[in-house]
Design a binder for this molecule. Structure first.
Ligand code: ZN
Ligand code: ZN
Length: 496
């Protein structure tokens, strides 16, 4: 049975490592609507524009702000010398004392270049507090060992610890002739070990020599505190501690200056002193939102010219390799590859994707390459087929008229973010080619869709604390493979 094999290979918990409920709420939150003042009041301060209405009482304000998200700035008639931001949220008018420091606007501690961003950020925060107040209070309740940051860096931590052990052993033995070498090892341990490629093979051998090392012992006890600074993230980011979305538009959370760990401010207090500066040298490919990683990446690994790369290199390389030697491999994508080898490849991609070679000499088992592709897709915080797109797809896939069905499916996938559309097209087209060889590889469209559906579409979480969106997802789980199957069978028409 295909699904049980898949289940054994990858525990379901990894698929719900990221929690996108707060991201969905940010998408749903009301957006700012400026109520302009028609005649510019003579006392308009230079940092306000059309939103400034001069002196105004609350009653008039109530009349003007009729639509959800609408806002204006007024000179309060009760507190002289202060300005008030008034906005409508959840059917009520809210008033805030508004400040300007000569450069930026603020109401609380966050500072904004423009008032519209301040209102947008405020509306998102109000909406999230309204809809998910209970979740917010418990956001930092989880354990660090089960956190996304810990899960994603497990193999790396293990390697760091292994290298430290090796270094410590050498320190104890202290052979006289190796004094020069010792100096080098020290540098390796304290500095950026992941760039010392010439030492790579040697280290792998040493690691293998320590075969009895257990999985739980991979915790790195550096006792080094993280250096968290408040950070404004561009793109979409998730908390490495609780797995929830870092909502808002500025100062969404904190980031460790040494290892790059991102977290909510309140979650950062729960992270132990286990900072590994080495982690900052990784490229953050796995577990990073697709749009964010493709949109902001301009360094090595991208097209090099700074323009948006259409499909992540890990996807194109895995697809190319499977098409080169896996199309006729029986049970491709169903037969699991070695978990350890997949983790090693993942780490190699994180270090430097340009130097990873997936050919037969480097990776003899094609199922490891197939497993790497599935792992990448499974670790995306926002699934390749977004919840919104899936909702449409499951409806249109049932249409009886073939032509209407195809054109509706095409319309639905076109609503995906560009990075998601391009990557989905690459994956589904590839699965179409795998399916064309089903007589040999024994992978029917049904088998492929059973294997891929949980990695392409959000799986419902395993906890009892289900959110409304999760309940919906749970109800639709049985439709996931059907949607993917239809995409595979009609890929030529859908993605023509
Ligand atoms: Zn750190
Ligand atoms: Zn958090």
């Amino acid at each position: 049975m295909t699904s049980s094999e898949e289940g054994e290979q990858q525990p379901r918990s990894t698929s719900s490592m990221w929690k996108s409920y707060l991201y969905q709420l940010q998408q749903e939150a009301p957006t700012p609507f400026l109520v302009p003042c028609e005649d510019k009041p003579p006392d308009t301060p230079p940092h306000y524009g059309q939103e400034y209405h001069g002196t105004m009482g609350r009653h008039r304000c109530q009349e003007l702000l009729s639509r959800e998200g609408s806002y204006l700035v007024r000179h309060s008639d009760t507190s002289y010398g202060f300005y008030t931001l008034s906005l409508r949220f959840n059917g009520q008018i809210k008033h805030y004392r508004l400040y300007h420091d000569g450069r930026q606007h603020y109401v609380g501690e966050k500072r904004f270049d423009c008032l519209r961003s301040l209102v947008a950020d405020g509306l998102v925060t109000l909406y999230i507090e309204l809809k998910a107040g209970e979740q917010l209070r418990n956001i930092s309740a989880g354990s660090y060992v089960n956190s996304p940051h810990y899960t994603l860096t497990r193999s790396i931590r293990k390697q760091i610890q292994s290298r430290r052990k090796v270094a410590a052993n050498r320190e104890n033995v202290k052979p006289r002739k190796q004094k020069v070498a010792e100096k080098e090892v020290k540098k390796e341990v304290d500095g950026s070990i992941f760039y010392v490629s010439s030492k790579k093979e040697e280290t792998v051998e040493e690691e293998e020599g320590e075969g009895e090392e257990k999985e739980e012992s991979c915790e790195v006890t550096t006792q080094r505190p993280h250096r968290f600074h408040v950070n404004t993230f561009s793109g979409l980011h998730w908390c490495g501690f609780c797995g929830h979305f870092l909502w808002g538009f500025v100062w969404q959370g904190v980031k460790c200056q040494d290892c790059g760990l991102k977290a909510h401010k309140q979650c950062s207090c729960k992270v132990p002193n286990d900072c590994c500066p080495d982690l900052n040298h990784l490229h953050n490919i796995f577990g990073v939102d697709l749009t964010t990683s493709l949109g902001v990446k301009t360094g090595p690994g991208s097209s090099g010219t700074g323009e948006v790369m259409e499909v992540p290199s890990v996807v194109t390389e895995c697809v190319a390799e499977v098409e080169a030697r896996g199309l006729t491999s029986e049970g491709i994508y169903r037969v699991p590859g070695s978990q350890e080898q997949i983790e090693t490849l993942k780490l190699a991609f994180e270090r430097d994707g340009n130097r990873v070679c997936l050919n037969e000499r480097s990776v003899s088992d094609i199922n490891v390459v197939a497993g790497l592709l599935k792992l990448y897709l499974r670790l995306l915080p926002i699934p390749l087929i977004t919840t919104q797109c899936f909702t449409t797809l499951q409806t249109v896939c049932k249409l009886s008229d073939p032509e209407a069905r195809i054109s509706s499916i095409r319309e639905a996938v076109l609503t995906l973010p560009p990075a998601h559309f391009a990557t989905l097209k690459a994956i589904i087209t590839h699965l179409g080619r795998v399916y064309e060889h089903c007589a040999v590889n024994k992978m029917s469209a049904t088998s492929l869709s059973t294997v891929f559906a949980p990695t392409l579409i959000q799986s419902p979480p395993q906890t009892s604390n289900l959110q409304p969106a999760d309940l919906l997802a749970l109800a639709n789980t049985s439709l996931q493979p059907r949607v993917v199957e239809v995409l595979i069978i009609y890929h030529r028409d859908v993605f023509q």
